[in-house]
Design a protein around this ligand. Structure first.
Ligand code: S3P
Length: 189
């Protein structure tokens, strides 16, 4: 059986990608959804649609706590439906309620990346990243890694992303998810 068939046979819940900005959640999540034939939703995009403005505008006009509240509401709505792939914003699981929702009802996947990759990838889109605009992006990202990596580590599956093509990273994700779901079934049997 292929990884795709293994996953589709056993998957019962949404797959939710977590990890820092620049780890590749949107790109790899989109490819993963395509490979599995499931819908793909980017939570940041859904938040922008719901607020009718961009993420930097939400931060600027209403502040981060209001953004987190909206993020929680949008994710609650998205999670209450069937199988799909959801890419979350990097801070989603730092809100306890959002985190409980994800750890409790999704198959969670942490895309883990090292600092160099995050600096390189976010450097191309700094204007879209309000949290990286108030200081040195490398130092901010290092601080976020220190704070968030112990939380992301609660995810069901962790895959380290590399600078290889997104398709190659996605293939490793498919493999890791198939192994996880097969093992889980073995443990339950
Ligand atoms: C954030 C990450 C962003 C976006 C917002 C806050 C964070 O999403 O939700 O700017 O707290 O790490 P990406 O991780 O998709 O860039």
């Amino acid at each position: 059986m292929t990884d795709k068939d293994e996953i589709l046979l056993r998957l019962k819940q949404p797959i939710v990608l977590v990890g820092l900005m620049g780890a590749g959640k949107t790109k790899i999540g989109g490819l993963l959804a395509e490979a599995l034939g499931l819908p793909f939703i980017d939570a940041d995009h859904a938040i922008e649609e719901s607020a009718q403005c961009t993420i930097p505008e939400i931060f600027e006009r209403y502040g981060e706590p209001a953004f987190r509240d909206l993020e929680r509401k949008v994710l609650t709505r998205l999670m209450s439906q069937e199988r799909k792939v959801i890419a979350t914003g990097g801070g989603a699981v730092m809100n306890d309620e959002t985190a409980n929702l994800i750890w409790g009802s999704a198959l969670s996947l942490w895309l883990k990346a090292d600092l160099e990759i995050l600096v390189e990838r976010t450097g191309r889109t700094l204007g879209k990243r309000p949290l990286l605009q108030k200081g040195n992006p490398r130092e901010i990202l290092q601080g976020l890694m220190d704070k968030r990596y112990p939380v992301y580590a609660r995810a069901d599956v962790t895959v380290e992303t590399t600078l290889a093509e997104p398709e190659a990273n996605m293939a490793r994700v498919l493999d890791a998810l198939a192994v996880y779901l097969k093992d889980l079934e073995g443990k339950r049997a």
